[in-house]
Design a protein around this ligand. Structure first.
Ligand code: NAD
Length: 334
């Protein structure tokens, strides 16, 4: 597969387009933002998302979805999960033959609790889907675009499709892709970790230290495993790149917009003010709401998710939620 469509030319879509050009693929980006398209075509940059980094001059961007799709064998979905269904509804009538779908966004659909693979099979005529792969793991666009060593996972129920994506995206210089057949685990790991990134930012904003961060990451992983395994994921998947790996990156990195939103809240902003300062999508906010209700429905204990939910949506001070977490009954870790 040499011709690839990237749907969504934001921070991650642009960085992956650059990676694929490094791997000698032909990449077409589709986006509905004309300013982004013109900037990529004329100046080979995406300044508001990736600063001054120069993208490959071979990358072409367009707002003509039909043109982009008809010149591509693989469709990479890189739009925020909140618009995935909408974009797929535009894609479906334009498809003339079956395509392989690869999602790189991280989130769950609000209200339906659906993973992106489920949305794809909901919206796209199933005879037009060659297969579905989720490419996820600890990978900030800002680092991939400057070729810092990165490892992620291509997950699909069909191993051949996962291996195909592995081959397309991997290179020996800086990007290494592992395969997995635990699609549910990969999709849930990538989505849920964003909630803890918000919590991590809040803790830093409030002045807590590395002990607190370690507790958040380990107890957060336990909550993620509770939800994911209840929904059919393998526990070992969450012990890998798409679980603990992504959790570490997102909770520790200044590049995480979820972390940054949490940091502003910890420093005293409310959710609205903090989101208005962000130029990029903050998936963890919607995922938190989705996961909160999902955990309630599944009767799973998720004290950290509940605390983040209360801060984000009930405007309870983070300190009050932390005090509540600390006052819970003492118990065994096992
Ligand atoms: N940025 C990263 O480092 C990174 C890494 C891994 C995964 N992700 C995930 O990738 C997804 C996208 O993140 P991002 O950082 O690239 O976001 P972004 O905000 O930088 O870019 C989103 C892009 O989608 C476009 N878009 C929005 N609605 C559209 C529509 N209806 N039709 C066509 N284009 C539309 C926007 O114009 C924008 O260019 C998120 O789920 C995120 O969690 C991001």
């Amino acid at each position: 597969m040499e011709n690839i469509a990237i749907v969504g030319g934001g921070s991650w879509g642009s960085a992956l387009a650059n990676l694929l050009e490094d791997n000698n693929k032909n990449v077409l980006i589709y986006d509905n933002d004309l300013k982004t398209i013109n900037e990529i075509n004329q100046f080979h940059t995406n300044k508001s998302k990736l600063g001054d980094v120069k993208l490959s001059e071979k990358i072409e961007a367009s707002n003509d979805l039909d043109y982009v799709l008809s010149h591509s064998e693989l469709i990479v979905l890189a739009v925020p999960t909140s618009v995935t269904r909408l974009v797929l509804e535009e894609i479906n009538p334009l498809l003339k033959e079956a395509k392989l779908f690869c999602n790189v966004a991280k989130g769950l659909e609000f209200k339906t609790n659906k993973r992106v693979s489920e949305i794809v099979y909901d919206v796209i005529d199933n005879n037009l889907i060659k297969g579905f792969v989720s490419l996820t793991g600890p990978s900030h666009a800002e680092e991939v675009v400057v070729r810092k060593l990165t490892s992620v996972v291509a997950a699909s129920e069909n191993l051949k499709h996962a291996e195909l994506i592995q081959e397309i995206f991997s290179n020996t210089d800086y990007f290494r892709v592992y395969t997995s057949q635990d699609l549910i685990g990969a999709e849930l790991g990538g989505s849920l970790k964003n909630i803890y990134a918000i919590a991590s930012g809040m803790l830093d904003g409030l002045g807590y230290g590395i002990n607190t961060k370690a507790a958040l990451i380990t107890r957060g992983l336990i909550e993620m495993k509770r939800i994911a395994t209840e929904l059919g994921a393998l526990e070992e998947t969450l012990n890998g790149l798409v679980g603990i790996g992504d959790l570490i990156v997102t909770c520790m990195s200044k590049f995480s917009r979820n972390y940054s939103a949490g940091l502003m809240i910890g420093e005293g902003d409310n959710l609205k003010t903090s989101l208005s300062k962000m130029t990029m999508v903050v998936e963890g906010v919607k995922t938190c709401k989705t996961a909160y209700f999902l955990a309630k429905e599944l009767k799973i204990q998720t004290p950290i998710i509940n605390a983040v939910y209360n801060v984000l949506f009930n405007e309870i001070e983070p300190e009050i939620e932390i005090a509540k977490l600390m006052a819970r009954d003492l118990k065994s870790e096992q």
